[in-house]
Write a protein that binds this ligand. Structure first.
Ligand code: OAD
Length: 486
């Protein structure tokens, strides 16, 4: 019997393996072959599981677990619905699951290795909308445009077809316009006090750096605008050039191969940076975990809080309860605005004046482009002014979103043909569903999946649209590769 391992599927191999051992006359040579087959199966299965642990996947694909431990060992729903711990269960580490209990723990010096995990909610008071807040979030507002789905703006396949929506957004989001919030300064304060082990951020606005948190303390899990490169030949692209293009609302092209240039933000369809995987065990070494301004809906980031040890206190400072925070014996929930939350925590620790001073130092940040900063945003607040913008936060966000969507509306030129092409060719088809789950990429939460509802009919391209004429010429020229593909 010949065993051609390399050409076999797993099930073929398994079947052959079973067959060999059912045969009484199996020779030693065949047994050796069989062992090779077994090794092959173990390697393939092992690789498949490893890739699943390491890759970003939508929350709906993650395997729920109530345990805490290193990422990869336990995988948990980020925004899992679960009931908070029973009040009668005593905390194991804190004196109480309250702000005071937390402050006492910090002041006692027991929290000397703090991991902080943040998302878009910590930048909303700077005037940058978050993604998923129902009224004000970026996705809710982009959804009313002709994008096939809101997160397409950060989808690598969509970007290759039509980079304009992303660059329209980039014009608004590009660092330099916004002042860090007092929450960013709170993270800086933790660093200044020697307490910050690592900041894991999903944000691409670089406001942590602007607040003075050093590079080596930051893991930008979803990349950032700090670097940019060609998506084809990967050649780095000069910062001055991309700044000029983004300011002029032009789409930059690689100087080497004319490919599309993209800031090194992790798009859906791309892998997270190496730095994330190198640092993801740090939560297990921490003695306090602070989660702020995130819905914890995108994996693997969403699993970070569960990579802490069981007795490690975790505090959630967020408008809503997310990710099973509140289930642990030493979880503290400070629900509400995160700027308010960090001020309360700083006050309880006796750090409020220091925090205000640090934040006041950031008053100049973003002033270069003050005219394009949202009016009333904290970027324009004078030193020492009371925390909070002149306009209400909702008003600031509404203004900003109105401006943003108007610009996107003006720039976006998705034809019906293009929309249908994208729906037909980019959206995953049912047969792809299972493989895509294990694939090596970041994928959006809200993008429909074949196996979620079992119905993707509404996003499939019709036969008629397949024969439709090519799209009108876009400002982005096709690369030779794209031309070949089309
Ligand atoms: P989301 O918009 O999903 O979640 C923001 C969270 O912050 C929500 O729970 C809000 O209730 C909360 N929030 C908003 N403003 C707040 C405030 N002032 N104070 C306290 N809480 C506030 O943003 P992320 O969790 O960051 O990925 O989203 C994760 C990822 O999804 C992003 O990195 C982005 C997106 O798709 C990519 O683009 C690759």
């Amino acid at each position: 019997m010949t065993l051609a391992c390399s050409q076999q599927t797993h099930s073929d191999a398994l079947e052959q393996f079973r067959h060999i051992f059912q045969e009484r006359s199996t020779s030693p040579t065949t047994i050796r072959h069989a062992i090779n087959v077994l090794r092959y199966i173990i390697t393939v299965i092992g690789r498949k599981h490893k890739s699943r642990r390491d890759q970003a996947v939508p929350i709906s694909k993650a395997k729920p677990s109530r345990q805490r431990g290193p990422i990869g060992q336990f995988f948990k729903m980020g925004n899992e619905e679960s009931s908070p711990i029973d009040e009668s269960v005593p905390p194991q580490t804190l004196s109480s699951r309250t702000l005071e209990g937390l402050a006492e723990y910090i002041k006692s010096g027991k929290a000397s290795k703090i991991v902080v995990m943040t998302g878009a909610g910590i930048s909303t008071s700077a005037g940058i909308p978050d993604f998923r807040s129902p009224e004000t979030g970026l996705y809710a507002n982009l959804a009313r445009l002709n994008l096939p789905y809101a997160e397409a703006v950060f989808d690598i396949s969509f970007f290759k077809q039509n980079p304009e929506p992303f660059y329209t957004l980039a014009h608004e989001l590009y660092p330099g316009k916004y002042r860090p919030t007092i929450t960013h300064s709170f993270i800086r304060l933790l660093h200044d006090k020697g307490l910050l082990l690592k900041l894991f951020t999903q944000n691409i606005d670089c406001l942590e750096r602007e607040a003075g948190v050093p590079d080596d303390k930051i893991v930008e899990a979803h990349g950032s605008f700090a670097r940019q490169s060609c998506i084809e030949c990967k050649h780095p692209y000069p910062e001055d050039d991309i700044k000029r293009h983004i300011a002029a609302k032009e789409i930059p092209r690689c100087h080497e191969c004319q490919g599309l240039v993209k800031p090194e933000i992790v798009f859906f369809g791309e892998q997270l940076p190496q730095a994330f995987f190198e640092s993801r065990m740090l939560p297990a070494q921490s003695d306090l975990c602070v989660v702020m301004g995130t819905s914890l809906t995108v994996q693997p980031f969403a699993s970070l809080p569960d990579a802490t040890r069981g007795r490690t206190p975790r505090v959630l400072i967020n408008k809503e309860r997310v990710g099973g925070l509140g289930n642990g014996t030493d979880d503290v929930l400070l629900l509400g605005d995160c700027d308010d939350g960090v001020k309360k925590l700083a006050e309880a620790c006796g750090w409020l004046e220091e925090l205000k001073k640090l934040w006041a130092e950031t008053a100049g940040v973003g002033k270069d482009e003050a005219e394009s900063a949202p009016s009333g945003a904290p970027g324009g607040a004078p030193d020492g002014a009371p925390v909070g913008p002149a306009k209400s936060k909702d008003e600031v966000l509404e203004d900003e979103i109105e401006k943003l969507t108007k610009e996107v509306d003006e720039t976006l030129t998705l034809s019906k043909w293009h929309e249908e092409k994208v729906r037909g060719e980019i959206m995953p088809k049912p047969a792809d569903g299972a493989d895509a789950a294990a694939s090596d990429v970041l994928r959006p939460h809200s993008q429909p999946h074949a196996d979620e509802k079992g119905n993707l009919g509404h996003v499939f391209v019709s036969e008629a649209s397949k024969e439709a004429p090519p799209p009108p010429s876009s400002s982005a020229e096709q690369t030779p590769k794209e031309k070949d593909e089309s």
